[in-house]
Design a protein around this ligand. Sequence first.
Ligand code: MRU
Length: 373
Amino acid sequence: MSPPALLRYDGRGRRDLVPTVEWKDGEVVLIDQRRLPDEQVLLRCRDHHQVAAAIKGMAIRGAPAIGVAAGFGIALGMSNASSEGEELRSELDRICAELAATRPTAVNLFWAIARMRRRFEAEIDRGGAPLRRALLEEALAMQAEDLEACRRMGDLGAELVPPGARLLTHCNAGALATAGYGTALGVIRSAARQGKVARVFADETRPYLQGARLTAWELAQDGIATTLIADSTAGHLMARGEVDAVVVGADRIAANGDVANKIGTYTLAVLARESRLPFYVVAPVSTIDLATPSGDAIPIEERPAEEVTHHGGRRMAPEGVAVRNPAFDVTPHRYVTAIVTERGIARPPYAESLARLAGLPFNAEDAEKARKV
Ligand code: MRU
């Protein structure tokens, strides 16, 4: 049987672009990433419980996409709520608490919740339909800003890519992980458009296979030459001089520049240092968490053992074996060559360069409040 018609994800206003997540006819609609690349199925969320379940269950994933989905989830939950005034504020607290409990590492989730709460407080006196409309506007603005940020990061980051580059990436930091275009894959897209990318090595990204299922698929849509590798192959290729730079996304960047990203990223950074290769992180300022001083304080999500013991529903390991499945690791800032944001490229010392770039809308106090809801 032939595969389903393929979607375009390059985010440059193509007519066939399908957004990762969108607001449509009073519902939050997202492409169910658990079904890719075999099937392109849209998931329609009619209440915020369904949005929370979609985030927790990985139907939508990737730090910026999680933030945008949470924004829509709050707008949806509030549009379904019939109360007003203090009761409505209590309802907002409940909705935010449910969304905040989905995934702990990606700070964009808490950033988005804090931003929606600020808008609620600014509009509470209007009440009724105007308040609900304002919340939807805020979520739509976050979506549009994220897409714009990705395009900007792509164009800025492409300047770091030499002609004929062979780039290695990990997990999926693409259009599917953002409102569109991607962070690390945004840089790769922009550089490819400039004719500078000879090849992308995509780590399969055990155990959830975001690289094999999503990145390889996304890059194929754009006709970018891609080679899928097992995670354990990366060091071998670097040592043989087959890679020119590593480009990854981030789930949270601490104030000192330590980077939490998909498990396996730290290993790549150490390998890149050994082979004297640049290691670039690409993330919007909504991923910078100035309230977290260093990587030690970043909460790391532990995911179910079955993701490691099973593949495609089939057991691959002996029953009862002990399993650790941290979904993220922390790369110390000393391994990071540069951090590309939509406001510019941060270089060491990151404590200074990140503070200057992040220099708020996002503020530490709001992030702290969001984390406690
Ligand atoms: O567990 P996931 O798939 O949500 O993890 C995603 C990543 O680690 C990405 O690299 C990160 O969110 C950056 S996405 C632009």
